[in-house]
Design a protein around this ligand. Structure first.
Ligand code: FE2
Ligand code: FE2
Length: 231
């Protein structure tokens, strides 16, 4: 498989895992009548803004899509829609980051429950739209690229895609981002993340809290550590 296609699929996998984890975290905190885990959600939205939105989209819009357009008119309308998604999606994640901050800062306000409901609906819409966007790329665009592009196209694309990779799939990322990725990886399900393995480790050491002191849980035990219950 061409490196470009492998990198796109790997980056889609890590992004899907983060998006699905956000949905699960929100559903879990609501089920336990707890406030959402703001620190985790902030880390995940920051990751989405920093890498998939700024790096992954840019590689598709600036490098892959123009090459496909130059070789085939077969999926022109689909590519136009995906480009429009890229442009819209960045503003959407900025709005979500702001709304999450407002939810945290104004947690005592009378409209906090309504604000939270609105945020959860917006987040669900964003997650569903993003998963659909990646599905279309994988089902329609990547197979078309395999049919239409030349060896010279792939050589150029592979070199560019290798230069700029998502640190969540490429573990030797920037050191400055290591704590962020550690935090996210501990929440994500296996095989990408360490979440379930960590939970199993916790169960094996009932009295212990291994390496998770910086981490607030979304499960019921968060209440014992002072997480504020939802009004
Ligand atoms: Fe895309
Ligand atoms: Fe993509």
């Amino acid at each position: 498989m061409h490196a470009t296609l492998r990198i796109i699929r790997d980056e889609h996998s890590s992004l899907s895992a983060v998006l699905r984890s956000i949905g699960l975290l929100m559903a879990e905190s609501r089920r336990h009548a707890l406030a959402p885990d703001f620190r985790v959600l902030r880390a995940m939205l920051f990751y989405i803004d920093e890498f998939p939105e700024k790096v992954h989209h840019t590689k598709e819009t600036a490098l892959l899509f123009p090459k496909i357009r130059a070789r085939s008119s077969e999926a022109a309308a689909v590519i136009a829609r995906l480009d429009a998604d890229h442009a819209r999606s960045h503003n959407a994640v900025l709005d979500l980051q702001h709304d999450l901050l407002a939810l945290e800062m104004l947690s005592e306000a009378a409209d906090a429950p309504a604000r939270r409901e609105r945020f959860e609906k917006e987040m669900e819409t964003y997650i569903a739209a993003y998963l659909d966007h990646m599905r279309i790329e994988e089902v329609e665009i990547l197979p078309l690229a395999e049919r239409a592009l030349t060896s010279a196209d792939w050589a150029e694309l592979d070199a560019e895609f290798m230069r700029n990779r998502d640190p969540l799939t490429h573990r030797e990322g920037d050191d400055a981002f290591r704590p962020l990725f550690k935090r996210i990886l501990m929440t994500l399900p296996a095989p990408l993340g360490l979440g379930p393995a960590f939970e199993a480790l916790q169960k094996s050491y009932p009295g212990g809290e291994p390496a998770r002191s910086f981490w607030t849980s979304t499960s019921g035990d968060a209440a014992q550590r002072g997480t504020k219950a939802v009004p």
